[in-house]
Design a protein around this ligand. Structure first.
Ligand code: ADP
Length: 364
């Protein structure tokens, strides 16, 4: 009798001290994170930061130099890639071109020596899960890109893996289709309760799919948090500028007054931050704040910097201002736009009022 898809059981993944190098060059160093059973986590970072290397080590496609990977408490060090019970989806579909859709999906089942009748049932079940009923006899080339990727997902989950790994799965698809498939994948993942790790360099994709993000930069983990925490409380300048947009200003700590800190920006312009910074007087610091945390006003204040408007661009519901400080540094501000919102002239001299509660301060 065929099991139901719901019988799939996601397992907890644990990665510790994962380090790997290619030709003496360290690609990843001391990577550590967990994914709880049934959780979906995104490994996010710029191209070349080591995401695929982490994924390949988990899948058993490379032997890492050091570190431990456990799945459901079992150490995978001496478990072959095939025996790990991991399903994988790559960007380029990687379907067998000469096999039909049904044969592609059945392939891992045949490897697992699942009986023929059970295989047929499971292929039907998978086709229905990815909404491709009736497509079993087609060849991959007779399908659209989105449909091919659905087959790749069906093939990856047909063997009831306890972990699903997705490497830039929607990278080759256009935006609208990507979104549809993301929604479908999320639904499938929740329905099946399958532990999932998705690798992407696309922050929107990561934020819309994953409950938690593992942010990587240059072979290291910079932060592990929910998408909101990563956006609101970035632990490093890298995270702050990689996730969402951020204005970055070089500043100097001038003096403290009670619970406030006076910093200077650009040509000695003062900005008062409503807290005592943990830096000594004279320290060079980097201030960051989001465009939505800047308001264009007509009057100076302790939280405002004089600016010239370079250009203001209405983007549907948002009005984006490109501004310039008097030392030439660019700033961006964005505000919600209504039909009544007036658009400043290019060259207008105004003040950029910063929500100083929300300013992040990093060393240097
Ligand atoms: P990402 O997936 O984040 O783009 P990768 O894990 O593919 O990053 O690569 C991490 C680093 O390791 C990069 O500098 C890349 O050039 C290097 N690298 C990846 N694969 C190989 C390989 N097979 N041989 C040599 N260097 C590699």
């Amino acid at each position: 009798m065929s099991h139901t898809a719901g019988a799939m059981e996601g397992k907890q993944l644990s990665v510790r001290g994962l380090t790997h190098s290619y030709g003496g060059q360290n690609a990843i160093s001391d990577i550590a994170f967990d994914i709880e059973a049934g959780e979906i986590v995104a490994l996010l970072g710029p191209s070349g930061c080591g995401k695929s290397t982490v994924l390949r080590a988990i899948a058993g496609l490379i032997q890492p130099k050091s570190g431990a990977i456990t799945l459901g408490g079992q150490d995978l060090a001496h478990v072959s890639a095939r025996a790990r019970g991991i399903g994988m989806v790559f960007q380029n579909y990687a379907l067998f071109p000469h096999l039909t859709v049904a044969e592609n999906i059945a392939y891992p089942l045949a490897c697992q020596q699942v009986a023929r009748a059970e295989r047929r049932d499971r292929v039907e079940e998978m086709l229905s899960l990815v909404q491709l009923n009736g497509y079993g006899n087609r060849l991959p080339r007779e399908l659209s890109g989105g449909q091919q990727q659905r087959v790749a997902v069906a093939r990856a989950i047909a063997g009831r893996p306890s972990l699903l790994l997705l490497d830039e799965p929607f990278g080759a698809l256009d935006r609208a289709l990507r979104f549809d498939l993301q929604v479908e994948l999320l639904h499938l993942q929740k329905t099946l309760g399958i532990t999932t790790l998705i690798v992407t360099h696309d922050q929107e994709e990561a934020q819309s799919l994953a409950g938690r993000l593992v942010l990587m930069n240059k072979g290291n983990v910079e932060q592990i948090d929910t998408p909101m925490a990563v956006y609101d409380r970035p632990k490093s300048l890298f995270v702050n500028t990689f996730i969402g947009q951020a204005n970055v200003l070089q500043a100097k700590v001038e003096r403290f007054e009670g619970d406030t800190t006076f910093v200077s920006v650009g040509n000695g312009r003062a900005l008062v931050l409503p807290r005592r910074l943990n830096f000594t007087t004279g320290s060079a610091v980097t201030l960051t704040f989001r465009p939505e945390e800047v308001r264009l006003v007509t009057a100076p204040s302790a939280a405002a910097l004089p600016v010239k408007v370079a250009v203001s661009v209405p983007l549907g519901p948002t009005l984006v201002h490109d501004l310039m400080l008097d030392d030439g540094t660019s700033l961006r501000a964005s505000e919600v736009r209504a039909p009544s919102t007036s658009i400043p002239e290019a060259g207008a001299a105004l003040f950029a009022e910063v929500d100083t509660e929300r300013v992040h301060v990093f060393p240097g």
